[in-house]
Structure formats: structure tokens, C-alpha cells
Design a protein around this ligand. Structure first.
Ligand SMILES: [Zn+2]
Length: 646
């Protein structure tokens, strides 16, 4: 009989901050279940970031292979995800996630019968109680074998535990969140066991990554590879699993093989299998965003190697704080070196990545959780510093990036100036400083830092793009044009560059070239309503009535209530002799429109041409509301000759 399977993932939970390993915090439910199962003392994340780590759990692949390197990326549709495979083995599948980085828009929901990522209003997370309620409700009445994934996000900062945990851990709110999560975990497991009486069941509990809590200078997670963020809680329990403790190094990637193994498909890499292999991980955020050294790690038999431009070696069984670098003192097994080298080559190879254009709302939500995406043009600087030596900058880097996303450029200037002073070859800092000065109209400083960015990386596409935007802002169309054109040679779908170039061409009177850019955007963008409103007037300028009507009609369809070109469309319909459409379009011109008198005049003309019953009334109304443009037109209008309107 196939067992029912529960996967519980604990976000941002350090292995040494659960009651299983420490007395600092009380987590009776997690501790009790771990005691009934196999607890892995050396379990590791694949990378200290939520979406990539969970993607590894659901694909069995490392980030270098599934290519989700950071939050906000898109999981490749070609990847086999665990729920789809379980479905084919007869399982019902459901997921209840609690943090925005796992929202279904990023692709992990594929294959689940039910995927719940609904948060209150604009919240970016859901407290454990809400998630548990939904998961417990889903269990009711379920008879088929099922796979349920429940994700708790509470220990992620901001640390704001509810009462009584806030009072129980007044100075350690992070631990308060963990204690609260444990309470809800207990409720979930109780319901799960009650529901499954007489039927085999299995549970796997795992952290996606930990939290630095100041160790090695890192407060949160994502920038370094030390134990605080990389070693995670991991245990399995259930029917047929004997209690025990394993000190073999294992990874979150093996969740995939373990669950498949339980469902009846034998897998050698299952956590309960006999196979020991080096466990790998990466932390590439500083590399992707600032060009610093890429970081990789491998662990086997308690020996951990970190490669980040230089080598660190720790025996983490006796030195979990990683204070004693054994590099020059011991020689790790060749298997460790081979594994880390092969992985780093794969990880740094140019790989096509599923690109995703995130909405401003999604960017804001990720930024509110501290996640800022890279621009995707990664390379190692010649002077690339080691990320562990730059911890004093992480706070400013995160603050500056957040201010940028919120478009608070004035506040971002001193932050990026500080960063650039500390890290003079930081291209991202130089470029953002230039952009911030440009947007705040400090032309001289903007030029200075664009030049600075160019000396650091003369080939950057981003640099040319933002400098073109800068020239455009200063109406220097001739300077902006070649830069936008060269950006689009390299990335032809870059929307802001297409938009910018269309504007430059329009200003230069190159109507046909402008139209070509705008029409390209309409093919790329999901709802290009604004673009169609720009195409309409350009078509009118070319006397292309048919093309202009089509553009405005498409814009109206997309923009609906937000469409404001009823007057233009009405005039075009009149020119095309489509009088009843002209009438209804002109009827929709707002009385707040500056050319409202013109709309009334044109509507009166249409009315007379259509011989409508109220045509005299409409002519009188146009006369009463006439302005200095329409008054002489109405007085001399031959269509109104037989109507007394004065
Ligand atoms: Zn996470």
C-alpha cells in the first residue's frame, strides 16, 4: 500500500536553533517527531535562498542544473517536478506555501492539484496558523494516497512572533517565531496522524536555508556559505522508519529522491539509501550582482571545503563555528576537489536561463523581503574581492538596492557613494549612482559616474541603456539614438529600450521607424494598451485612417475604462464614413476633456448626418458649450444652416 506523504519545509530555520539541538528554544513537537525518526546532523541547503532551494527539493537538481539561481526567476517548464511524477503514480497532490518567493507565478505550482499561495491583501507572507488551517481542511475526506507540501515562512525576517511567544522570547524574536512555528507544526502533524490511522505514512521535515544571525558578519542569508545559513534541520519519520541519528552529509536536493522512493520508485540517492557522495552548494548573489568571487562548497565526512577565489577547509564536526581554517594542514579527499571543480565549471558556464519580466508589484514584494535580482550580466572582476571580506557592505548594498526599486533616488545617492568608495570597481554601484544623479537632474555628476562605470566595464549593455535614458531626459535625441540602437542589437526584446527608441524617433520625425519599435512591443508585451494609444496618433500623422482606427480600437479593448482617445477615434470614424460608430465614440468623450466643445460640435455634425431625432438639441448644446475654436465653426457650418441654435 502506497504511503501518504507529508513534506514540511521550514523557511530560514537554523538547525542549531530548534529544540532538537539546543535548549535556547522550546520546540516540543519538532523534537518529539524527530526523536521517532532519523535525524540528519549534517544536512545542507544547495544555496541560501528560498526559491532555488525549494526548486532543488522538487527537481532533485542543483541550481547549476535547474538554473533557478535567485528568487524572482522562473522555473523552467521543461523540468520534471515531483508532484507531476507522484500524480502519475496515483497520488493527489497539494501545496500550502507561506511566502511570496514561492508564489505560483514563479513556477513551482506546476503539477499540483491544489496550490495555495493566497495571502491577506498585499501581504508577502502568511502566518503558520492560516497555512495550517488550510492544510488541515484539505485533509478532510481524502481517501486516495496523497502528497502534501506545507511551507512555513515565520522565521524569515521581520521577526514578529505572536503572543505568547513574543513575551516568552522578548530579546530573541527569531526564536519566538520558531517556537510559534513549532506549535502550528504540532497541530498539523496531529491532524495528519489522526487522519491516516491504519494507513502507512511518511513525513519529511527540512529547512530551506538558515540565518546568519551575525556569524561571520552576516545577519540574514544569501551572501555567504557558512554553517549558520547552510546547515539545515532535516529528518524523516513514519511507518517502517526506525529512530536513529545520521552524521552523513546530505542535501535538501535528496528530498526529491526520498519522496519518489517512498512512492514506490526505488532511488539510490534517497536519504535512507546507502550512498554517500559530496554534498554541493553555491552562493552566487555577490558574484551575480557585484562581480565578486563566486562561492562554492562541498562537504563529505564532516570536512567542508569553500572555494571563493581561495580555499577554506573546516572540520565542521569539531569546529561548527568555522574559526579554524585547515587549508595547508589537511588534504581533503580527491572526490571533494573533483566535485567542487566540476560543479563550479558547470555553474559558471554560459547557460540560457528562463527570463522573466517581473511586474513592479512583484519586484516590490521581493524587495520588501530583502531580495533584489541581478541584471544577468555576470562576470568575475579582475580585482574581485572575496565576499567574506566585504560583509561591512552588505547592509548598504541591500538598502541601496531597495531604495532603487522604490525609486527613491535622492536617498540612494549617499548609499551608493559610500559603497563605491569602499569598493571602487563596483560597476553596479557606479552605474546606479549615475542613474540616481540623472533622474534627480544633476547632469554633471551623472556624466561623471557614467564615465566611471565605462572605465570599469566598457562593454556593458546596461550602461549604454541607462546613458541613453539620461540623454533622452535631457532631450539630446541625437546622442540617445545610437546607444538605444546598439542595445537593441544585443537584446532585441528589451522593452524600455524599445519604448525609449520609439520616443526618440518620434521626436526626430522618423514616424515609420517609431512605429516599427512600438509594433514590436505590441508583440512582446501582454497588454500593450499604452503602445496602441501611441501608434494611433502616428498612424494619423501618416494619414493612415484605417491603421489609426485599428490601433485605437485595440487600445480601447485593452484599456477599457482607462481609454481616453474617444475624440480621436470618433473623428477617425467620421473620416471613414462610419457614422454610428463615430456617434457612440464621441458620446464617450468626458466632459472634463479639454477639447470637449470640439467633441460636442463633431457629435452635432454626426447627428445631423445621421438625421437623429435629437439633432437640433445637439447643435444647440454644442453652441451653448462652444469655445473660441468651435464657435466660428458652428456659425459657418453648412450642415446647421436650417437649425436655429442661437
Ligand atoms: Zn527561504
Amino acid at each position: 500500500m502506497q504511503p501518504v506523504i507529508l513534506l514540511v519545509t521550514l523557511d530560514t530555520t537554523r538547525a542549531d536553533r530548534l529544540g532538537i539541538e539546543t535548549n535556547l528554544v522550546d520546540t516540543p513537537h519538532l523534537k518529539a517527531l524527530a526523536g521517532r525518526g532519523v535525524y540528519f546532523e549534517q544536512a545542507y541547503s544547495v544555496t541560501p535562498t528560498t526559491l532555488p532551494s525549494h526548486t532543488s527539493m522538487l527537481t532533485g537538481l542543483y541550481p547549476a542544473d535547474h538554473l533557478v539561481r535567485e528568487n524572482g526567476r522562473q522555473v523552467d517548464k521543461k523540468l520534471d517536478l515531483l508532484p507531476a511524477l507522484l500524480k502519475s503514480r496515483g497520488y493527489d497532490t497539494a501545496a500550502f506555501v507561506s511566502g511570496f518567493p514561492l508564489a505560483s507565478q514563479f513556477g513551482l505550482s506546476r503539477g499540483f492539484d491544489h496550490y495555495d499561495d493566497t495571502f491577506d491583501n498585499d501581504a508577502v507572507e502568511r502566518p503558520a496558523t492560516g497555512t495550517t488551517d488550510l492544510a488541515v481542511a484539505w485533509l478532510k475526506g481524502r481517501t486516495s494516497p496523497y502528497f502534501m507540501w506545507v511551507h512555513y515562512f515565520d522565521p524569515h525576517e521581520p521577526y514578529q512572533p505572536p503572543e505568547p511567544f513574543r513575551s516568552q522570547y522578548p530579546n530573541e524574536p527569531y526564536l519566538g517565531e520558531i517556537a510559534y512555528m513549532d506549535q502550528e507544526f504540532g497541530r498539523l502533524v496531529t491532524a495528519f496522524e489522526e487522519h491516516n490511522q491504519g494507513r502507512p505514512w511518511k513525513i519529511i521535515v527540512v529547512g530551506d536555508h538558515g540565518e546568519g544571525l551575525g556569524e561571520h558578519g552576516e545577519m540574514l542569508h544569501g551572501n555567504l556559505l557558512y554553517q549558520g545559513t547552510m546547515r539545515v534541520p532535516l529528518f524523516v519519520a513514519g511507518s517502517g522508519i526506525e529512530a536513529g541519528i545520521s552524521d552523513r552529509a546530505v542535501g535538501v536536493r535528496q528530498v526529491y529522491d526520498t519522496v519518489l522512493d517512498w512512492s514506490g520508485e526505488s532511488r539510490a540517492s534517497s536519504l535512507l539509501g546507502a550512498q554517500a557522495e559530496p554534498v554541493l552548494a553555491e552562493a552566487l548573489k555577490p558574484y551575480m550582482q557585484y562581480g565578486w568571487q563566486p562561492q562554492f562548497m562541498a562537504v563529505l565526512d564532516g570536512i567542508k571545503v569553500i572555494s571563493s577565489g581561495d580555499i577554506e577547509i573546516y572540520d565542521v564536526r569539531i569546529d561548527p563555528g568555522e574559526t579554524d581554517n585547515l587549508d595547508s594542514q589537511i588534504e581533503p579527499e580527491p572526490a571533494l576537489w573533483d566535485a567542487i571543480e566540476a560543479y563550479s565549471i558547470r555553474a559558471l558556464a554560459d547557460q540560457p536561463q528562463e527570463r522573466q519580466t517581473l511586474s513592479q508589484e512583484a519586484l516590490d514584494k521581493l524587495a520588501s523581503l530583502g531580495y533584489i535580482g541581478s541584471s544577468g550580466n555576470s562576470r568575475v572582476r579582475e580585482d574581485a574581492p572575496n565576499p567574506r571580506d566585504m560583509v561591512h557592505l552588505y547592509r548598504d548594498l541591500d538598502i541601496g538596492a531597495g531604495l532603487f526599486i522604490r525609486q527613491d533616488y535622492a536617498a540612494a545617492i549617499p548609499v551608493f557613494a559610500r559603497i563605491l568608495e569602499a569598493d571602487p570597481y563596483n560597476f553596479m554601484a557606479a552605474l546606479r549612482l549615475a542613474v540616481a544623479y540623472s533622474v534627480t537632474n544633476n547632469v554633471a555628476q551623472a556624466q561623471k559616474f557614467f564615465d566611471r562605470a565605462r572605465t570599469i566595464d566598457p562593454s556593458s549593455t546596461d550602461l549604454r541603456h541607462y546613458q541613453a535614458m539620461h540623454y533622452m531626459q535631457n532631450k539630446q535625441w541625437d546622442l540617445a539614438r545610437p546607444l538605444f540602437e546598439s542595445v537593441l542589437v544585443e537584446s532585441q526584446d528589451r522593452l524600455p529600450a524599445l519604448t525609449g527608441l520609439a520616443q526618440v524617433y518620434t521626436r526626430q520625425g522618423e514616424i515609420k521607424l517609431a512605429l516599427r519599435q512600438l509594433e514590436r512591443i505590441t508583440k512582446i508585451k501582454a497588454s500593450p494598451g499604452l503602445e496602441w494609444t501611441r501608434i494611433g496618433p502616428l498612424r494619423m500623422a501618416l494619414h493612415d485612417t484605417k491603421g489609426a482606427i485599428r490601433a485605437f480600437e485595440l487600445a480601447r479593448k485593452i484599456l477599457d475604462d482607462q481609454f481616453t482617445f474617444h475624440l480621436e477615434l470618433g473623428l477617425l470614424y467620421m473620416a471613414a464614413q462610419r457614422l454610428s460608430e463615430a456617434a457612440s465614440s464621441l458620446d464617450r468623450v468626458s466632459s472634463q476633456h479639454p477639447a470637449y466643445p470640439m467633441a460636442l460640435y463633431k457629435r452635432a455634425q454626426t447627428s445631423v448626418l445621421l438625421r437623429e431625432n435629437d439633432r437640433e438639441q445637439r447643435v444647440r448644446q454644442a453652441w451653448v458649450r462652444a469655445d473660441k475654436t468651435t464657435r466660428p465653426l458652428i456659425e459657418n457650418e453648412s450642415l446647421f444652416r436650417d437649425i436655429s441654435f442661437r
